[in-house]
Write a protein that binds this ligand. Sequence first.
Ligand code: URA
Length: 196
Amino acid sequence: MELCQVCGLPVTQPQVVVSRGNPQAKLMVIGEAPGASEDEMGKPFVGRSGQILDRLLESVGLDPHADVYITNVVKCRPPKNRRPTGNEIALSRPWLQQQIELVDPDVIALAGSTAVEAILGIKGGITTLRGKWQDWQGRLLMPLLHPAYLLRNPSKAEGAPVALTRGDLIEVCNRLNTIKQCSVVPVLDSARSHKP
Ligand code: URA
């Protein structure tokens, strides 16, 4: 069986699953690893988890194509959709780091515990970490519940995982808007100073 030369996972398709969305976006979403639909289509989050992710992004006013760059920690599909091992995460990490540096997002949303482990080195505890801003390498990180968890817990009730995640994404959206406003303030100020 052929193995990926980066992460060591079995090669099942001619292509790896790298990203979708806008490489110039100010928001990056990092998930775990491709599932069957992603593996087939060569793009992350295009199956049922992706549908709920897109719906939630849209519900807070973010366009998944224009406003977000979406990727995964691991670029190959783990057999039977198992969680990637620590070794597979570590081997894939330099690739993810390059993506972060090239896209240069202001905010990174970590979708689920594998993304939190890969970036922050924290194992477990996503239910307490979610919704809490983290400072990391000059960027703001927002840990989120994984969309697959939301599929398994679809209640729309207030305080349920879907509503909590929507609230976390509203935080993300507000922060992105604040950053945008901050960056135009100096321009407005200098324009004003030229007025009589
Ligand atoms: N789950 C993930 O973490 N990533 C995908 O691309 C699809 C499902």
